[in-house]
Ligand binder design. Sequence first.
Ligand SMILES: Nc1ncnc2c1ncn2[C@@H]1O[C@H](COP(=O)(O)OP(=O)(O)OP(=O)(O)O)[C@@H](O)[C@H]1O
Length: 176
Amino acid sequence: MVLGRQKPNVLVTGTPGTGKTSTASLLAEAAHLRHINVGELVKEKHLHDGWDPDLLCHILNEDLLCDELEERMKSGGNIVDYHGCEFFPERWFDLVVVLQTDNSILYDRLMNRGYSGQKLQSNLECEIFQVIREEAEESYRRDIIKVMPSNTIEDMSNNVEALKAWVASWVAPLES
Ligand SMILES: Nc1ncnc2c1ncn2[C@@H]1O[C@H](COP(=O)(O)OP(=O)(O)OP(=O)(O)O)[C@@H](O)[C@H]1O
């Protein structure tokens, strides 16, 4: 495998509301990595095919997003934050973090954000059925996946500390 990056790329994924953006931004600061909030990037650079009126979100154009990210990923040192993971090239990531939140806690977080109806329901089901965890396990090697609880602030700070230590001990794989 030819990689050539001097810092690792980390994917932080999980159901909306599990704490990806909060965790990724703290980790970026702690480990001196670049945080890429995919939802924001998609809006900012119009990497979508319009608006989904049922789910009330942009319809991601995966090809445009991957083209946009390719160069940044080559140089390494990125934390990518997104609620999906199966369409990114596997070679981009050295670590895939799946955040998980107990359903009653997630319910409160999503309600606080004003989610309701189908959007609330589909996100809660996504977490109950561990859709993102399965997606990660089908898309990446098991040994690079870390499933982490994200129920409390203490969980978040433990996760950031553990991930910061992982980044500090990361050694670039030998190119061949
Ligand atoms: N581990 C945690 N403990 C307590 N509160 C948390 C935790 N993780 C996230 N939160 C809170 O939950 C809300 C959602 O967090 P955040 O925006 O980071 O989630 P997200 O997974 O990035 O969501 P989205 O995919 O919609 O962007 C925020 O108000 C945040 O402060």
